[in-house]
Design a protein around this ligand. Structure first.
Ligand SMILES: Cc1cc2nc3c(=O)[nH]c(=O)nc-3n(C[C@H](O)[C@H](O)[C@H](O)COP(=O)(O)OP(=O)(O)OC[C@H]3O[C@@H](n4cnc5c(N)ncnc54)[C@H](O)[C@@H]3O)c2cc1C
Length: 298
């Protein structure tokens, strides 16, 4: 995908149709890049920007208990985690943590973060397929680390997979090409997931961008200057918020993974057995900046 100015204040995107291989040109007033954390559109404007490996990957799985509510695994997990369905559970162990919560349609979602060297990615996806041998090792390790109920759930989940966890330093801008290209969502702020609001961040970006465009579109502003002014307002509203949230999520992840908090990742890591009250209070989700709402420009 290659966005170019069209010389007339608009933008032209050249895209390849994957099914046919054909290249097509699409002209418009504004290109909204919502193409995720490895955004090809962002790369065009920020070719030097590198994703920053967090120091850990997440094992993930979804356990489908349709028709199995009475099985031992489900009965035991509901006994061990009685508020499933009402909350997210975080389990902390030494230099690792897990998250467990219920999804609609009879499913339990679990994530287990494991420290290690950065794996080599194939292509632009941050999701990796893993061999059966690696899955078996992970399941054995779960039995050593987690309570028997969670370890059994992990062991019985079909097709667990791995996400490599990245974020990026806050971007110098969310608007490019003279106000003709806007970045939203993970394209605008690759983030580790520990703030539990990455999707909300994307949704708020879209809402604020829409409000800014509507406001400038309604007024007497010259139509050609509308996107530039709207995008300047969008950037001013969202950039400080998403920058603070990305950096906070990074810190939260390092705390939960027992990794050093120094600027280069050095220093003593958090240890739940010896943590101070202050360190423990930092683990609260409500310490996320703009926890009770970010400006929406409405
Ligand atoms: C381990 C993990 C746990 C998470 N947990 C949570 C959580 O608890 N709560 C939460 O809110 N968020 C969570 N997230 C984050 C959440 O998944 C993302 O923040 C959210 O999906 C970002 O939305 P997006 O639309 O910006 O990007 P994406 O969801 O990545 O969507 C981008 C889309 O663009 C498409 N695309 C990319 N390139 C092209 C192209 N060239 N042409 C056409 N299409 C293209 C992709 O196929 C994709 O469909 C988690 C993420 C991870 C990795």
């Amino acid at each position: 995908m290659a966005p170019e100015g069209d010389g007339d204040g608009g933008v032209v995107v050249t895209a390849r149709v994957l099914r046919t291989g054909e290249a097509v040109e699409v002209a418009g007033d504004l290109l909204v890049a919502a193409d995720g954390c490895t955004s090809a559109i962002r790369r065009r404007f920020l070719p030097e920007l590198k994703l920053r490996y967090s120091g850990y990957c997440a094992w993930r799985g979804v356990f489908d208990f349709t028709g199995k509510e009475g099985c031992t695994t489900m009965v035991d997990i509901r006994r061990a985690y009685p508020e499933l369905g009402n909350c997210l559970y975080f389990d902390l162990a030494y230099k690792t943590h897990a998250v467990l919560y219920e999804l609609p349609k009879n499913r339990l979602n679990w994530l287990w973060y494991i420290n290690g060297d950065e794996p080599e990615l194939m292509g632009s996806s941050v999701t990796m397929k893993v061999s059966e041998a690696t899955v078996s090792e992970m399941k054995e390790e779960a039995e050593r680390v987690w309570c028997p109920e969670l370890a059994r759930l992990i062991g019985e989940t079909a097709e667990p997979f791995v996400n490599v966890i990245y974020d990026a330093e806050p971007l110098p801008g969310l608007s490019w090409a003279g106000g003709r290209v806007a970045l939203v969502g993970d394209a605008a702020h690759p983030t580790t997931p520990h703030g539990l609001r990455s999707t909300n961040m994307s949704i708020v970006d879209a809402r604020v961008l829409g409000c800014c465009l509507a406001r400038w579109g309604d007024g007497d502003a010259e139509p050609t200057s509308t996107p530039r002014r709207a995008l300047a307002e969008y950037e001013a509203a969202r950039r400080p918020v998403v920058a603070a949230q990305v950096l906070h999520a990074r810190r939260l992840g390092r705390l939960k993974q027992g990794l050093g908090m120094g600027s280069t990742g050095d220093g003593e890591g958090f240890d739940s057995r010896t943590a101070t009250e202050e360190e423990i209070s930092q683990l609260r989700q409500s310490s996320m900046p703009y926890f009770s709402g970010a400006p929406t420009i409405e």
